[in-house]
Design a protein around this ligand. Structure first.
Ligand code: DX5
Ligand code: ZN
Length: 225
């Protein structure tokens, strides 16, 4: 399995965001997870396309290989800002279907700009909509906490939902990444991978420790073990 680790810069030092992005890339992470909150869909407010654009030049390895920016939209409505993020350099853009009046149109707003599109499911949200758009998306993001804040505890029912999504992806025959977001730590990442996830967002687990590489390495060891 080709696992990906995606540090969430929600838990980074906002006064040094460019350096924080470089530091987690040096630590060996695969994607940069960018949490967009609007104080409407979720009770918190973070950053917009201008910050994404400012970070884009920093999202590459020392050898110059681009590192994907994985934008997680927790905003309502979706389409106009999704397009703005595509122009600001996002590589993948995910949104919550319950925040969009027309899910298929929101997917098109993302893919028509050349970005990969993802659907995000909250802990208590059913997967029904997935059956109707699975051929149109590149990623499913399962929330294992309620969106809005870093540092919350993993909600166990997410494991059953990840298993259900893994079955649907298998049946679709499509190459769709299965990402999980919220409460991921070194000591539970293996369990989440066993349920079927292949991409792991981690905010406080990585940025909350002084040695980012130590955490990323420990996560990779847990995934390999
Ligand atoms: C929560 C965000 C997460 C958050 C995860 O709404 O979507 O990406 O940063 O933080 P941790 O890893 O601390 O649970
Ligand atoms: Zn997120």
């Amino acid at each position: 399995m080709n696992y990906r680790i995606a540090p969430s810069i929600l838990s980074a030092d906002f006064a040094r965001l460019g350096d924080e992005v470089k530091a987690v890339i040096e630590a060996g992470c695969d994607w940069i997870h960018f949490d967009v909150m609007d104080n409407h869909y979720v009770p918190n407010l973070t950053f917009g396309p201008m910050v994404c654009q400012a970070l884009k030049p920093h999202a590459k390895t020392a050898a110059g290989v681009p590192v994907p920016i994985d934008v997680h939209l927790m905003i309502q409505p979706v389409d106009a800002l999704a397009a703005a993020f595509a122009e600001a350099g996002a590589d993948l853009i995910s949104f919550h279907p319950d925040a969009s009046g027309h899910v298929h149109r929101s997917i098109q707003a993302i893919t028509s700009k050349g970005c990969k599109a993802g659907l995000v499911f909250n802990p208590a949200e059913p997967l029904d909509v997935l059956d109707w758009v699975i051929d149109d998306i590149d990623l499913v993001l399962i929330m294992s906490v309620n969106p809005g804040f870093g540092g919350q505890s993993f909600i166990d029912s997410a494991l059953r939902k990840i298993e259900a999504v893994r079955q649907r992806i298998g049946a679709s025959g499509k190459d769709i990444r299965l990402e999980v977001d919220g409460g991921i730590k070194v000591d539970n990442i293996r369990r989440v991978a066993d349920a079927g996830a292949d991409t792991f967002v981690a905010g406080s687990a990585i940025f909350g420790k002084p040695d980012y590489k130590g955490v990323v390495d420990a996560m990779r060891r847990a995934l390999a073990g």
